[in-house]
Design a binder for this molecule. Structure first.
Ligand code: PRP
Ligand code: ZN
Length: 287
């Protein structure tokens, strides 16, 4: 059974951990992920899960220790490993940015000339500085980059920013965006047929979970004379379901609407005379 499993590497603890395990759970994959666990075998899907340091994941996938993995695009850009990008996953959105202490009188990128910049992304930073014809000293450190200026190790940092709270609590101010990033699914090139088949099965579920999250199920009652106008507001997957109510002159309509504009749709429906509008979350959506 073991070599028939697909092995996936996830971040053990950090920005992507929770969303990564949640994604698998939304795909109906059941497994234990206690904080001390390094490895877990799914109970109901041929998947073996490794919990690793995110920075190590591209190498494990390249070496075939894991078949697939979830990492930030930033890590892949830094390391240039021989792995394939399968798809972006829509979470873990962040940016790699240069930040300076509040007291640094920063006006333009030229102010970084001759300065010491601490980062865990020396390759990306080197290219960025070269593109901007700025010469600076890059200090590569593997963690806690944000404290480098306060301990006198650097004049600036180049680090990932998500909510910005790490920079804020360390008295740093973001001044340049180097690259934007998000979580991506990577795979080792040329997966064997059985592994590819498991990956396809998993991707089918990922797509269904994503579609479900970006849509809502809507039910409402509509006066028959407004039916055609109301239906126009509700495209549905094919077209809305329309059923007569026990009360003559009224129908019940069921449909699916996009999550992004559902408030607007609901307002328009109400203006057209719709009543008893219910909006429900969707668990899975297979088109
Ligand atoms: C990044 C970065 C910061 C934090 C920024 O760490 O190094 O510590 O996220 O997030 P914030 O803007 O929301 O405060 P990451 O989770 O990638 O872990 P790592 O750097 O230890 O690998
Ligand atoms: Zn990391």
């Amino acid at each position: 059974m073991n070599n028939q499993n697909l092995k996936i590497a996830l971040q053990k603890s950090g920005r992507l951990s929770e969303s990564s395990t949640n994604l698998l759970k939304k795909c109906g994959v059941k497994f234990d992920n206690g904080t001390s666990k390094l490895r877990s075998v799914a109970r109901n899907f041929p998947l073996e899960i490794f919990f690793l340091r995110d920075d190590d994941i591209p190498q494990y996938v390249e070496d075939g220790v894991a078949d697939i993995g979830i990492v930030g695009r930033n890590i892949l850009a830094e390391e240039n490993r021989r792995v394939e990008t399968v798809r972006p996953l829509g979470f873990g959105v962040c940016r790699l940015a240069v930040a300076v202490p509040k007291a640094f009188e920063y006006e333009s990128i030229k102010d970084l000339s001759g300065k010491r910049i601490a980062t865990s992304y020396p390759n990306i930073l080197k290219d960025f500085l070269a593109e901007n014809t700025v010469e600076a000293e890059i200090h590569t450190i593997s963690g806690s980059v944000e404290i480098a200026p306060s301990i006198g190790l650097a004049d600036a940092v180049c680090d990932l920013v998500s909510s910005g709270s790490t920079l804020f609590t360390n008295g740093l101010r973001e001044v340049e965006t180097v690259m934007s990033s998000e979580a991506i699914l990577i795979a080792r090139p040329a997966l064997d047929a059985p592994q590819q088949a498991i990956l396809d099965k998993l991707l089918f579920r990922v797509k269904a979970a994503e579609a479900a999250e970006s849509n809502k199920y809507i039910l409402l009652n509509a006066p028959d004379e407004e039916l055609s106008e109301i239906i126009e507001l509700l495209p549905g997957i094919k077209s809305p379901t329309v059923m007569p109510l026990a009360q003559t002159g009224w129908s019940s309509i069921h449909s699916v609407i996009a999550e992004t504009d559902f408030w607007e749709t609901v307002e328009n429906l109400k203006n057209k005379g719709a009543e008893g509008i219910l909006v429900l979350s969707i668990d899975q959506m297979i088109k």
